[in-house]
Design a protein around this ligand. Structure first.
Ligand code: FES
Length: 141
């Protein structure tokens, strides 16, 4: 399926509801990692809006990106069980290790609550993290 076809499906899923633009933009961002110029044009056409209307919304909200973030991503669980097991004390070192090269994302529960603090890179889950292990993980991402 082409990107244009998938965008058409996303638009159709929300078309007809009140205020379809925001849910469409969220779905496009989730699926493609950004709402680029091509997507803006297709969404605008699908909703009978101007491209400027769509771009205005995309550029207003910090949640939306006009280009995909190419950096490696490390997701760190900061939900209650991982907090209770000390994840917050690891964050300063994690942020220092990540710098601008690695994108750190916060997630809320990776399903391994009893063995936290936990993180995920791609499909790989990493449990029982301490500062040293998390720093190495980020540096190797
Ligand atoms: S709270 Fe962190 S894995 Fe569930």
């Amino acid at each position: 399926m082409s990107k244009e076809q998938r965008l058409g499906e996303i638009i159709a899923e929300h078309h007809g509801r009140e205020g379809p633009l925001m849910p469409i933009l969220h779905d496009v961002q989730a699926e493609f990692g950004c709402v680029d110029a091509e997507s803006e044009a297709i969404i605008a056409k699908g909703l009978n809006l101007s491209r400027a209307d769509v771009h205005g919304v995309v550029s207003f909200y910090h949640d939306f990106h006009t280009a995909a973030d190419q950096r490696p991503e490390v997701q760190i669980c900061r939900a209650e069980a991982c907090k209770a097991r000390g994840v917050e004390a690891l964050m300063t070192d994690a942020e220092a290790a990540a710098g601008e090269r690695v994108k750190l994302s916060t997630v809320y529960c990776l399903g391994l609550c009893s063995v936290g603090p936990n993180a995920r890179i791609g499909d790989d889950l990493h449990a029982r993290l301490d500062s040293t292990r998390l720093t190495k993980l980020i540096e190797s991402a």
